[in-house]
Design a protein around this ligand. Structure first.
Ligand SMILES: NC(=O)c1ccc[n+]([C@@H]2O[C@H](COP(=O)([O-])OP(=O)(O)OC[C@H]3O[C@@H](n4cnc5c(N)ncnc54)[C@H](O)[C@@H]3O)[C@@H](O)[C@H]2O)c1
Length: 252
């Protein structure tokens, strides 16, 4: 059957796979035929993700991406177990919201380390010639806060904006090896954590948030479908881009 979005025959690493968007991406990559290595910090929740995946040959690995120095050895371990990879999806991330007056240098350092620098280091190590097949595709999950201002998110927005600008340069450096690098910038996606946050808002603030999205709030599959596209050969001529998946939020 004609299917340009198939991931058959591809081995893909997914970070942040123990919950939310990363979990959905891992499940949907498996449904599209990929062999998936899922990474997270909580083995019990990683096992839950594994139980929801289709097909065979998937593996799981524990890692805390605050440990930047260990990423080289971690990638070596993964490749020794699963072989060379064809794609990387970086969904691990954290948020820390506070008015800028209250954000300290240590807050910026922590969030940049987990959201940005660890992803860049992962890609640096994962693009070694003995590690990655070509063609290959790398996808970072950024955020619409990389392109719009949302109060109290200066540190988070900076970390997500840096993903977009870093990805552009990596895309340009890696194009000659046929390795593509792109970002997806989601608006508000109904993950369990986000639902929990939204449930604490007043009715007025909740409605304001929802009304900002002409197509309503997003589902995790809205992001995983975009990931599948970028990881598949259907997007073979797209690199260095930031695809905004936000139900129309940023067009207003
Ligand atoms: N949900 C949204 O509305 C939304 C919108 C835009 C962007 N995003 C981004 O999407 C990605 C996934 O978010 P989500 O909403 O699914 O939230 P989530 O909290 O469910 O997922 C984040 C994942 O990252 C992992 N993680 C966090 N710190 C880590 C560390 N130090 N080492 C290893 N893993 C770590 C968590 O364990 C978790 O599995 C994040 O990068 C987030 O910034 C989410």
């Amino acid at each position: 059957m004609f299917n340009p979005f198939s991931l058959e025959g591809k081995t893909i690493i997914v970070t942040g796979a123990s919950s939310g968007i990363g979990r959905q991406c891992a499940i949907d990559c498996s449904r599209m035929g990929a062999k998936v290595a899922i990474i997270g910090r909580n083995e019990e929740r990683l096992n839950e993700t594994l139980s929801l995946m289709e097909g065979r040959g998937h593996t799981m690995f524990s890692y805390d991406f605050a440990q930047l120095d260990g990423i080289k050895d971690f990638i070596t371990l993964i490749v020794s177990e699963i072989g060379k990879i064809d794609g990387v999806l970086c969904a691990a991330g954290m948020e820390k919201s506070a008015p800028m007056k209250l954000l300290k240098p240590s807050d910026y350092e922590e969030i940049m380390k987990v959201n940005t620098i660890s992803a860049f280091e992962l890609v640096r190590q994962a693009t070694g010639v003995k590690v990655i097949n070509t063609p290959a595709s790398i996808v970072f999950i950024s955020s619409i806060t990389s392109v719009i201002a949302r109060t109290t998110t200066a540190a988070y927005s900076a970390s997500k904006g840096a993903l977009v600008s870093g990805a552009r340069v990596m895309a340009s450096e890696l194009a000659k090896r046929n390795i593509r690098v792109n970002c997806i910038s989601p608006g508000t996606i109904l993950t369990p954590l986000m639902q929990n946050y939204l449930s604490q808002l007043s009715e007025e603030d909740y409605q304001k948030r929802v009304n900002g999205f002409p197509l309503g709030l997003g589902e995790t599959t809205d992001v995983s479908n975009a990931c599948i596209y970028l990881l598949s050969d259907a997007s073979r001529w797209i690199t260095g881009q930031n695809i905004v998946v936000d139900g129309g939020y940023t067009i207003q």
